[in-house]
Ligand binder design. Structure first.
Ligand SMILES: [Fe+2]
Length: 324
């Protein structure tokens, strides 16, 4: 077994318990986990797995640690994922690997990347800092939102996604206010699981499409980009999917009223306002000059094109400028 552990948790009691539990089966440990899963990290972890003859790996951490694990799983290694954030990577066969030289994040779906087992333990999330809790919680919310109006929407996913929205919007502020509130942490982790289930069973659209391009080009954390972009994308999509937006607003307790498709976006702006995350792209150090190339690249993205409302390059630029 190879143990892939995010650097911030290597000295934690949770990591220690895993090492002790694995005992002699533990053949190597990999800690060189970086945001957006650089190609070099995946190559190094795969080389270590091959060198040590590992036939299984345990990945503990956020989306990036589990992303490295998925990269290793693509080489035929069985993966166990222990998520410590709300990013939801453990439930999907989606692998995003970044080519840093080209500034591109390549996102692929491959069943071989899906973890064989995901272990949800709210206790491992108790020390997650409030800004990471907030950003990755907003990423989970975005998974639910996109699953509610996905192009290939089915009867099962939206009810699951709406339950995720209920749990996330209620528990996220509690977890930010008091990180050691175990009941709120359990609710938020359950919501993140429902969110991950939802996005695993839906086609991602404009929101994730544009966030992946922004992340690949700028290196800003996926959760932070999600938090900033989500209400803008919801506002853009509102008139195309009013029923879904009404249901989302209802789940957020934002007073769903007919002909008020913007209620869900407003509630999401309000939630963002209350959280310890950057509110605008410029607050993350992203320069205005980046917006045009991002709009151009995003316009050609199949994920963006899967949006329920057609999106042009000028729509994208307008959206990005509003969020900047
Ligand atoms: Fe995401």
């Amino acid at each position: 077994m190879l143990f892939i552990c995010t650097p911030s948790l290597t000295t934690s009691t949770h990591a220690q318990r895993i090492r002790e539990g694995l005992g002699q089966r533990l053949v190597g440990e990999f800690n060189d986990v970086l945001p957006h899963v650089p190609r070099e990290a995946v190559d190094a972890a795969r080389a270590l797995a091959a060198e040590k003859n590992a036939d299984a790996a345990v990945a503990m951490g956020g989306g990036s640690a589990i992303g490295v694990g998925k990269g290793v799983a693509l080489g035929g290694v069985a993966l166990v994922a222990i998520p410590t954030t709300y990013a939801g990577s453990e439930m999907t066969p989606v692998v995003g690997i970044t080519d840093r030289a080209a500034g591109r994040k390549r996102v692929q779906r491959d069943p071989a990347a899906l973890p064989r087992l995901a272990i949800y333990d709210p206790e491992v999330t108790l020390n997650l800092p409030a800004p990471v809790t907030a950003a990755t919680g907003m990423n989970a919310l975005a998974h639910c939102v996109e699953a509610c109006y996905s192009r290939d929407v089915n009867p099962v996913t939206p009810p699951v996604a709406l339950e995720g929205i209920r749990r996330i919007t209620r528990s996220l502020p509690l977890c930010v206010a008091a990180g050691d509130d175990l009941e709120a942490r359990e609710n938020l982790l359950t919501g993140a699981y429902l969110a991950a289930f939802s996005i695993a069973n839906a086609t991602m659209a404009l929101h994730h499409g544009v966030c992946h391009v922004l992340g690949g080009r700028t290196g800003v954390a996926h959760g932070v980009l999600n938090a900033i972009m989500l209400p803008h994308v919801m506002r853009f999509n509102a008139d195309a999917v009013p029923d879904a937006m009404g249901a989302i607003a209802g789940a957020m307790d934002a007073g769903a009223r007919t002909r008020d498709a913007d209620a869900a976006a407003r509630a999401t702006f309000a939630l963002l306002d209350s959280l310890p995350v950057p509110k605008r792209l410029r607050d993350t150090g992203i320069r205005a000059e980046v917006l045009e190339p991002v709009a151009r690249e995003a316009a050609a993205s199949p994920t963006v094109q899967a949006n329920p409302k057609p999106v042009s390059e000028s729509d994208l630029l307008e959206l990005l400028r509003a969020a900047w």
